[in-house]
Design a protein around this ligand. Structure first.
Ligand SMILES: NC(=O)C1=CN([C@@H]2O[C@H](COP(=O)(O)OP(=O)(O)OC[C@H]3O[C@@H](n4cnc5c(N)ncnc54)[C@H](O)[C@@H]3O)[C@@H](O)[C@H]2O)C=CC1
Ligand SMILES: O=CC(=O)O
Length: 331
């Protein structure tokens, strides 16, 4: 009988996925769900043929260099793969896979929720009834936000999630603009009635809402730098459900605090899980809505991500190319 591959999983996964994983592979689970230290990850990479990490595991070049020769596949339970030094892995002959597509709609829903929540002061309003309970009733001038319909949305990164955000925003009467590494296919642009901006700077200066939906790569670190954030209009909002490091967080905080940008809706942060206390104060003041990196957090999505991990591992050990290989052209 063929030897079952030895798989190490770094965090708890949905029950159904863990059960199936145990049926199919020689599986080590992280039952306590405590994040693995770099030493624990290094040890796991010494014994595993397959590592199943998530976005909270930093698989850097040093860890990959120290991995045992039996490690053949890093099958990440995530869409983004910026936590893995893919180039170093591929150089060592270790394949890398991710779980694209199955969390597109969930993450776009959460992005749209932030696009609505920030200008319409949703969280502030909800807090009035849950905490203080001192609501004196409806008044014509209290708790006024900004209208969403008729506004211009600029999407940075018009891939799967960016396009799904555009589809939703159109239904709210928002006009779609985008900046992407490459212009998207004409039929996609046409269906979304989307306007392409070759210049990110020019787009930033004209939009009411900016949504960040590009991956974190060496090229997108602080893509929204202080200089670029300063191009935004004082009435504009920034929403980021991609990765914290794409935005210069300290500059964003400064500009919101000074009124140079109206506010922000964030699901991701530069130093997760640490949150800059100044951001928490802005949240108290109703200037930002902060979510704890939960863009893809649905039961359905997490099960489908797990299924993708299973399929990728099986395909690899059956001698096929796993469907969700991260290729050098994607880096
Ligand atoms: N908050 C959350 O829970 C989640 C966050 N994500 C994040 O969302 C990101 C996007 O996911 P998908 O839409 O599935 O990826 P995708 O690969 O389909 O789309 C990304 C788009 O960004 C573009 N892009 C790359 N570099 C760019 C640059 N410098 N400037 C402008 N555009 C650039 C690409 O050309 C591509 O069209 C992931 O990489 C991940 O970091 C993904 C899932 C859940
Ligand atoms: O941020 C989550 C992911 O899957 O990427």
């Amino acid at each position: 009988m063929k030897k079952r591959p030895h798989v190490v999983v770094t965090r708890r996964l949905p029950d159904a996925i863990e059960t199936r994983m145990r049926e199919l592979f020689e599986t080590e689970l992280n039952i306590d769900d405590v994040p693995m230290s770099p030493d624990a990850l290094a040890a796991a990479m010494q014994r595993a043929e397959v590592l199943v990490p998530t976005v909270t595991d930093r698989i850097d070049a040093a860890l990959i260099a120290a991995a045992g020769p039996q490690l053949k596949l890093i099958a990440s339970f995530s869409n983004g793969f910026d936590h893995i030094d893919v180039e170093a892995a591929l150089k060592r002959g270790i394949a890398v896979t991710n779980t694209p597509g199955v969390l597109t709609e969930d993450t776009a829903d959460m992005t749209m929720a932030l696009i609505l929540a920030v200008p319409r002061r949703l969280v502030e309003g909800a807090r009035v009834l849950s905490a203080d309970r001192d609501w004196a009733g409806w008044t014509p001038t209290w708790m006024l936000g900004r209208r969403v319909t008729g506004k211009r949305l600029g999407i940075v990164g018009m891939g799967r999630i960016g396009q799904a955000v555009a589809r939703r925003a159109r239904a709210f009467g928002v006009s779609i603009h985008y900046h992407n590494r490459h212009r998207v296919a004409p039929q996609v642009e046409e269906a979304l009635e989307a306007t392409w901006w070759d210049s990110l700077d020019q787009m930033l200066a004209r939009m009411d809402i900016i949504s960040i939906n590009c991956p974190r790569t060496p090229g997108t670190y602080h893509l929204l730098s202080e200089r670029r954030l300063k191009l935004m209009r004082p009435e504009a909002y920034l929403v980021n459900t991609a990765r914290g490091e794409i935005v210069d967080e300290a500059a964003l905080i400064k500009l919101i605090a000074s009124g140079a940008i109206a506010g922000a809706g964030l699901d991701v942060y530069e130093n997760e899980p640490m949150i800059n206390p100044k951001l928490l104060r802005l949240a108290e003041a109703g200037k930002v809505v902060l979510l704890p990196h939960m863009g893809s957090a649905t039961i359905e999505g997490r099960i489908e991500m797990g299924e993708k991990v299973l399929i990728n591992i099986r395909a690899f050990f059956d001698g096929h190319k796993p469907p969700d290989r991260v290729l050098p052209s994607m880096l």
